[in-house]
Design a protein around this ligand. Structure first.
Ligand SMILES: CCS(=O)(=O)c1ccc([C@@H](NC(=O)Cc2ccccc2)C(=O)Nc2ccc(C(O)(C(F)(F)F)C(F)(F)F)cc2)cc1
Length: 274
């Protein structure tokens, strides 16, 4: 142990031995309120809006029209839609207390690694489990409208994932906390201040677990950890398919996709998120 021969030693000894105080119940309640508020402000469509639109299902003709579109056009439409949703996730992240205090690099690492995962979790709110349809370009359609993408396995897995997530009947508060936990993942590669992200993550994780336990939904907790693994593989499958698509069309890539989509999902030269 360091000898205390001077005031400097005393302060260095003393400061290195203060336990970082575990967050108080008050801090946790503030964080919960902040995350739920941030989600509500950036969720893109409210659940009530999406449910009120469920009756709007694509007609046979509209389905055929989608199926006769080129691969390029369908990829472009999905990329634009996803980029739209990702912008809202970026805004959600920026409103989480502590996120903007992370280094710019770490903010980008967390968004590159987690934004699509958060979109796919949020997307389950626009999924109708009764007829297996998702809200896309103004109406509800099944996997058949994405046929010309040429990724039926990816689409099928995304729909299955949405179906299984719907079965958990997550409340908006649970979606807010779960997506914050997914986003603030300290295990993302290349984080500069891993401990800082880990502290933020643990605060949200504790909050999320407390919320579920208080509402006697502990079983959901065990299912969600398995969902997180599925989410990881789903997103890497999505990104692999995108890369495959882009590699076959190097010229199209830049003209076809919005810049943010490109920055997040290809390893092109990194540019800071606007
Ligand atoms: C994610 C947040 S939320 O639940 O609020 C929310 C849900 C659905 C959409 C939906 N909004 C539109 O369509 C916009 C609009 C409306 C009217 C005319 C034209 C345009 C939308 O974007 N769906 C949608 C489904 C599926 C996809 C897949 O790419 C994926 F992989 F994500 F699931 C696809 F592969 F299934 F296509 C990608 C996108 C937006 C937000």
């Amino acid at each position: 142990a360091g000898e205390i021969n001077s005031m400097a030693d005393f302060f260095s000894f003393f400061s290195s031995n203060i336990e970082t105080p575990s967050s108080t119940a008050h801090e946790i309640d503030c964080l919960t309120a902040n995350i739920v508020k941030s989600h509500r402000e950036t969720c893109q469509y409210r659940v009530e809006e999406l449910q009120a639109l469920r009756w709007k299902v694509f007609s046979r003709e509209e389905v055929l029209a989608y199926q006769s579109k080129s691969v390029e056009e369908m990829w472009q439409r999905c990329a634009y839609r996803l980029t739209d949703s990702i912008q809202y996730v970026v805004e959600f992240a920026k409103r989480i207390d502590g996120f903007l205090e992370l280094s710019q690099n770490d903010q980008i690492v967390l968004l590159k690694g987690g934004s699509l995962e958060v979109v796919l979790v949020r997307m389950c709110r626009s999924f109708n489990p009764d007829n297996g349809t998702v809200f896309f370009e103004g109406k509800f359609g099944g996997t058949e409208i994405f046929k010309s993408l040429g990724c039926n396995d990816l689409i099928a897995s995304i729909f299955e994932f949405s179906q299984s997530l719907c079965a958990l009947h997550l409340s908006e508060q649970e979606v807010a906390l779960f997506t914050a936990v997914v986003l603030l993942n300290p295990e993302r590669a290349c984080l500069q201040e891993k401990e800082k992200v880990a502290r933020l993550h643990s605060h949200v994780d504790v909050t999320f677990k407390n919320t579920l336990q208080r509402s006697h939904r502990d079983t959901v907790l065990s299912k969600l950890s398995q969902k997180t693994l599925q989410l990881k593989s789903l997103c890497s499958l999505h990104i692999d398919r995108l890369r495959l698509f882009l590699e076959l069309r190097p010229l199209l890539a830049h003209s076809l996709f919005p810049p943010l989509y490109h920055e997040l999902f290809t390893d092109g030269p990194d540019a800071p998120l606007e």
